[in-house]
Design a protein around this ligand. Sequence first.
Ligand SMILES: Cc1cc2nc3c(=O)[nH]c(=O)nc-3n(C[C@H](O)[C@H](O)[C@H](O)COP(=O)(O)OP(=O)(O)OC[C@H]3O[C@@H](n4cnc5c(N)ncnc54)[C@H](O)[C@@H]3O)c2cc1C
Length: 387
Amino acid sequence: MAWALTPLTEAQREIQHLAQDFAEHEIAPYSAQWDRDAYFEPSLVEKLGALGFLGMLIPEEYDGLGLDTLTYLVALEEIARADASAAVMISVHNSLPTQMILKWGSADQKERYLRPMARGEMLGAFALSEPEAGSDAASLTTQAVRDGNDWILNGTKAWVSSGTKGDVILAMARTDTPDDRRGARGISAFIVTPDLPGFSVGKKEDKMGLRASPTVQIHFSDMRVPGDRLLGAVGSGFIYAMQSLDNGRLGIAAQAVGISEAALRLAAAYAAERKQFGHPIKEFQAIQFKLADMAMRVAAARALLHAAATAKDRGERITQFSSMAKLLASEAAMAVTTQAIQIFGGYGYVKDYPVERLFRDAKVTQIYEGTSEIQRIVIARELYSKR
Ligand SMILES: Cc1cc2nc3c(=O)[nH]c(=O)nc-3n(C[C@H](O)[C@H](O)[C@H](O)COP(=O)(O)OP(=O)(O)OC[C@H]3O[C@@H](n4cnc5c(N)ncnc54)[C@H](O)[C@@H]3O)c2cc1C
């Protein structure tokens, strides 16, 4: 059922099958249990690293696979079809911290962090949000103050995905001063590791969905960060974060397409099996129309996502395109998983079948890496930007 709307090359299909096979054997059999227990399986990182899936977009010279964006997203969709929590871990790592170090990191930072991250020896996380700074991320208050060659950081980061397992956390903090506030240009990016004195992991969120992805608060309390952990230029951290989110949003769109595809397949199979009034329910037009709408939404979301990915691979600016892909795919995921539950009837509402998990997992795709409202703001703003 997973039509490739952009014809995939032989090499792209190979990676897709590798991801499919891995997801089928190493993830799908456990995802219901991991969801129930809110459990993150640490061996996943090692296994994904061995496959090269934690260095998909990192060039081979830094031990990555050096894949194009489309191939990466096709693989990510396959993982998300089995488990949205595993998919977000892979998406954040591949789209945000590794890309930031690749693009703006020093030669030394690439050797120390990027290379082991590509091999899966270190897992990456991204810490922009704070308890009081979500959609308005530029209002963040974590403060970094220079002390000789070091920086001293104080503040709390919220909602950090893979935060309990993250070995390399790209954290945004203010480097402007209270008497010289510079807004978004007063924010810098730091490479933070949990061994720094003053680093601690706080509250773990008890989430509706995506339960096998640990989401935590992180506290910096007089945390001393060596000067060589500053990423790129002072005052450019917010710009780096926003540019990276263009990539990140494609990852979340792929996650949403994977969730939708899983729900569509389960609903179509169930409709063929479940009999009422002496007929399989797939023979009722009301059910056929639901399946038709679901299939159309999945296809449309995947088509836009693949178009955005190929635009990125052509080197085009994709701010608007990636917001559109994320918005369409996440709204599709919510609609498709809702209809899947309807097709399952009462059985869709209980944990014996996976559609209720897909529904819970779908919801967050409309919230993180920019809510649907924020995506609409970006799309509309881009209509007026000079190209
Ligand atoms: C499971 C999960 C994992 C996450 N992982 C990470 C992570 O790894 N790293 C990280 O940095 N962050 C992460 N986040 C944070 C996420 O990006 C934020 O939750 C998101 O940006 C929204 O911020 P908020 O929750 O503070 O909501 P708010 O910004 O308070 O928004 C509340 C509501 O108001 C709306 N709203 C806000 N401003 C406007 C406006 N100008 N116009 C119209 N509507 C508006 C929003 O759309 C929303 O509906 C994660 C969140 C979750 C739930």
